[in-house]
Ligand binder design. Sequence first.
Ligand SMILES: NC(=O)c1ccc[n+]([C@@H]2O[C@H](COP(=O)([O-])OP(=O)(O)OC[C@H]3O[C@@H](n4cnc5c(N)ncnc54)[C@H](O)[C@@H]3O)[C@@H](O)[C@H]2O)c1
Length: 563
Amino acid sequence: MKKRNVVSEKLADKDQFEVNASVCPAGEVFPLPKDEDYEKEFKRLERIVKSQRLKGREIVVVMGVGFVGAVMAGVVADAVDPKSAKPNKFVIGMQRPSTRSYWKIHYLNRGIAPVDAEDPEVAPLIRRCVKEKKTLTATFTYDALSLADVVVVDVQCDYFKETFGGVKQGRADIAALEDSLKIIGQKIMPECLVLIETTVPPGTTEYIAYPIVKKAFEKRGIKDAEPLLSHSFERVMPGRNYVASIREFWRVCSGINEEARRRVVAFLSDVINVSEYPLTVLDRPIESETCKIVENSYRASILAFLHEWSLFAERNGVDLLKVIEAIKVRPTHSNIIFPGPGIGGYCLPKDGGLGVWSYHTLLGFEDDAFKITPAAIDINDTRGLRVAQLVRDALRNMGKIVAASKIVLLGASYREGVGDTRYSGSEIIVRKLTEMGADIAVHDPYVKHWWELEKQQSYPAPGHSMARFFRNQDKLDEIKVEKDLKIALEFADAVIIAVRHQEYLDLNPDEIVKMIRRPAAIIDCFGLLNDDKIRRYFELGCEVKGLGRGHVKRIKDDVRGRV
Ligand SMILES: NC(=O)c1ccc[n+]([C@@H]2O[C@H](COP(=O)([O-])OP(=O)(O)OC[C@H]3O[C@@H](n4cnc5c(N)ncnc54)[C@H](O)[C@@H]3O)[C@@H](O)[C@H]2O)c1
């Protein structure tokens, strides 16, 4: 599938942001479209749409084919009319032709999902819709919007943090969303339903989207039509249940007026399983927007809450993991969760920030009402630093220091079973230990490239890398994610088990030490080691430390005969 030649090799070697081309993760280069390509592309779409309308299909443009939009586009394109069992939607995935994302259009049009997914349903879903059902195409031209009955907005809305561990000194970065809304206002038919799925600062649909689209309509001479704006946030979980987390899951929605509310309910009822997962329809978009922010702030807060008890446990001989298991038997406390080395993923580190920003900026309140939500995000963002301290202390107990030690990180992704590294706790661990002089090696069965490190000058965007909060990060450009555990572990001074990947659950101490070829410091970030394993590591001459695991000292004393 992957064609390579000398020219593309050279282009791929250069930073993709410097050239007029988009380079996909596999290294294939796609030159960006030229001015003359736009007219041809729009004609192609017009032709397709004409024939699709004859089949009675609704035309849906999904704007932004990233983690959410690409799979949402597949879910909509896969929808069928319950009576005839025939497809009732035709989807155009619309993606701006940026150097970072243009390649996704080519992937989709080849029937290949532009996202790495552990869910085996993702690849066949995209292939089926593009190649067999022919209900999905992708494009770079915004003119596609003029053909739509429904536009689904899945562009990003980031939160930019100015300081490390200080979410309040940040701001929502809504430029991409505002740009999208401006273009939507300029292009769509007045009766087109706009469904904003992006997680937005509460108030966005009414305070930002409505005025932008309404003014654009007036400029076009459309005076009497009210924009049909609606909001329904995604609860998608890119992982093993990626597709089901869109199609087979509960949704909340709202519309800016009666007609928008009716249309959004009808659209979602066509594409997701609302009979088993009924919709919750809220009165106003600000309520549905707030719902998403509160939902994620709640989760961020219950995870952050255990950080202080994790420190307490480490310093007072308590195994917090056993404490949590003891508490969980109470049905009222069954969702208490051990937080691991940080709370990543795209959503939890930013969503509370969007809410606080909105309170002050869009809604105009000056007081300091928000205490818990920002504190929780700050705690989660900085928890990885504690892991670096445990590595330092374990190495010290072995007569070593972090500087020039080989430290192997097992797990780069933000959670188990996925290859997504966005805002993972592991990144902070690596950056802090690098600052302290360590030589880092990384193993992860799911992550192919750790772009946050490999392309830290420009990823997630120029000037946005976490590298800016740490010194001496340059050598991390050269990090490669090793797939062979034995090669990764060889001659390690310390090993950090950072993610609860299935592959790490049953690691055997004897085999690990054999692979390392000598005793090492073992750092358990997720309570993966039971007491027998901890004991065995000590017997093999290793040092063990773990987040929230104060009892390891007792096991060590026992093994070393000091009790
Ligand atoms: N990733 C998740 O797990 C997840 C879960 C729930 C909700 N969400 C929310 O969904 C939204 C999208 O997230 P994502 O993970 O898909 O982001 P993403 O960065 O993967 O994708 C966004 C896409 O939109 C494109 N885009 C930006 N501006 C555009 C424009 N003007 N026109 C066309 N395309 C444009 C980008 O190039 C990119 O491909 C965010 O608000 C996020 O918070 C994400």
